[in-house]
Design a protein around this ligand. Sequence first.
Ligand SMILES: N[C@@H](CCC(=O)N[C@@H](CS)C(=O)NCC(=O)O)C(=O)O
Length: 326
Amino acid sequence: MMINGKWVGEFDPIQARDEEGRFLRQDSRFRYWITPDGRPGPSGEGGFKAEAGRYHLYVALICPWACRTLMARKLKKLESVVSVTVVEPFLGEQCWAFGDYPGAQPDPLYGFQYVHQLYTRAMPDYTGQVTVPILWDRQRHTIVNNESADIVRMFDSGFGELADPRIELYPAPLHAEIDKVNQRLYERFNNGVYRAGFATSQAAHEEAVEEVFDSLAFLESRLASRHYLVGDQLTEADIRAFVTLVRFDVAYHGLFKTNLARVSDYPNVSAYVRRIAAIPGIAETIDIDHIKQGYYSIRALNPSGLVPKGPVVDFLPAPADERSVA
Ligand SMILES: N[C@@H](CCC(=O)N[C@@H](CS)C(=O)NCC(=O)O)C(=O)O
């Protein structure tokens, strides 16, 4: 992690834990908000006007939080407005690094070697974890926001006419229900898999595993009679569910030991994953090789560094050699 602007020790995936060995996730520190005219958004500070070419998104394709922002960028047709760099999939000694692993790119703005250098460029005395995604402002040379939930909302409504208005990921009439489903999924499913994998006691692990499989049962029954989780259109609730579901069989089931069943054992849920993966642009946000290489590079959980060859999953698009999120 970083202490007062310096990288200290080795990367540790366990951001914090409580006395019972439960994994605790750190709160995101940069919460500025892009708005169509630069006025302050929900987090209170102005000066971040939506402009084509001004903002840059740094992501890792292994990361579900980063990939939800990539999905929103695709769905809102912001590819030519917000540029993207993919970091290398490996969680090395100094956490995320830039490089030329297939599908990754060097840092185009500063030529940095590590993502932590962006944090100190933005805040020279930064203390905390170094996480992706990061939404960067080329004009003010700072991090606008490093909380994926905020970035998804900004892509949905902060870019005004620069974004496609035909898709609304958080439409006003559905706010209450989306909030309810989001809340249902966040701690027990999206973060639940991490709580299972990064638990440091058997009881904390089992508690999380139970919540993960309750969540899958909830999704399976909710999707029995509907195409999407809320209303009859794709919303941010679906983006949240999807990014965890596509990683489940290939990473969490093995590495995080959430192995009571696979997503492919749930017919409604796997049909839903296939349906969303087939939406134009979405396949480009999924890279099974990065996901496997990345998760299995976490030495605290996988000291040998071996990456399993399987499992074979049939609901994901075939890997493409020349795929790019740009
Ligand atoms: N609240 C953040 C969480 C992001 C996050 O934890 N990302 C992980 C990758 S999946 C990360 O960068 N971890 C590095 C670390 O914890 O040091 C968000 O949703 O944007």
